[in-house]
Design a protein. Structure first.
Length: 210
C-alpha cells in the first residue's frame, strides 16, 4: 500500500486554472500538494468513512491542473489517432476514475507516512515545458524521486505525465492497455474501464515506485 501511496501523492495536486496561470510551476505543485495533504490530515476519519466526500475532494483538488485530453492521447498512442473526440473524452474520464478509485483509499490511510522534499526549479522565461522534481522520503525505505512533467496552456500550467524513479507512468499505462485495445477495440476497453473491470497492474506500478 505504501507504494500505491507514492503514486497517488504524485497525483495529489490541484488548483484553479486562473491561479495556475499566476504561479510558477514549482510553487504551484508544492503549495497545492501541501493544501491537499493538510485537508486530508484534518478530516481523515470523515473521508475514510464517507468515500463520496473523498471523491468530491479529488475532483476539486486533483483534476483541474491535469491535461486529461493530452494524457489520454499519450496513453492511447497510435490507437488515439483514429479515435473520435467523444472516445477521447470518455476514455480520459474512465482512465482518470480508474486511477483515483485505485489509490484514493491509500492516500487517506497513509497520508502522514511520507515527507516530500522539493528541488529548485531552473526555468527559462520563454520555456513552455518544465519538470518539477521532488523526493518522497519514506520511513525505513529508500527515497523515491518523483517528477511532475508540465506544459504551458492557455489556462495555465498543466501536468501531462509523472515520472517515478525516471519511469513514466503514462508509458506504463500505455503498455498495459495497448494489447487490450489491439485485441478488443477502444470502445470495449472504455466500457471495461467505466465498469471497473480494468485496474492498474500492481506490478507495473510497484516497479515504477520502487
Amino acid at each position: 500500500m505504501i507504494r500505491k501511496l507514492v503514486c497517488l501523492l504524485a497525483l495529489g495536486l490541484g488548483l484553479s486554472a486562473h491561479a495556475a496561470a499566476m504561479v510558477p510551476p514549482d510553487q504551484l505543485v508544492k503549495s497545492v500538494t501541501d493544501e491537499l495533504r493538510a485537508e486530508i490530515a484534518e478530516h481523515q476519519a470523515e473521508y475514510k468513512a464517507e468515500p463520496d466526500k473523498l471523491s468530491a475532494l479529488i475532483d476539486e483538488k486533483v483534476v483541474p491542473p491535469f491535461d486529461v485530453p493530452r494524457i489520454s492521447r499519450l496513453v492511447l498512442g497510435l490507437h488515439g489517432r483514429g479515435a473520435s473526440a467523444e472516445q477521447i473524452e470518455r476514455f480520459g474520464n474512465a482512465f482518470k476514475n480508474m486511477l483515483f478509485r485505485s489509490y484514493a483509499t491509500a492516500l487517506v490511510d497513509y497520508h502522514d507516512s511520507v515527507k516530500i522534499e522539493w528541488k529548485p526549479l531552473r526555468l527559462a522565461d520563454d520555456a513552455t515545458r518544465a519538470t518539477v522534481q521532488s523526493t518522497l522520503i519514506r520511513k525505513d525505505a529508500p527515497a523515491v524521486p518523483v517528477g511532475f512533467v508540465m506544459h504551458k496552456t492557455d489556462s495555465g500550467g498543466k501536468v501531462f505525465d509523472i515520472t517515478v524513479e525516471n519511469i513514466s507512468l503514462v508509458n506504463n499505462f500505455r503498455a498495459q492497455l495497448n494489447g487490450e485495445i489491439s485485441k478488443n477495440g477502444l470502445d470495449a476497453v472504455i466500457q471495461k474501464l467505466e465498469g471497473g473491470e480494468i485496474e492498474p497492474e500492481t506490478d507495473q506500478v510497484e516497479d515504477a515506485a520502487g
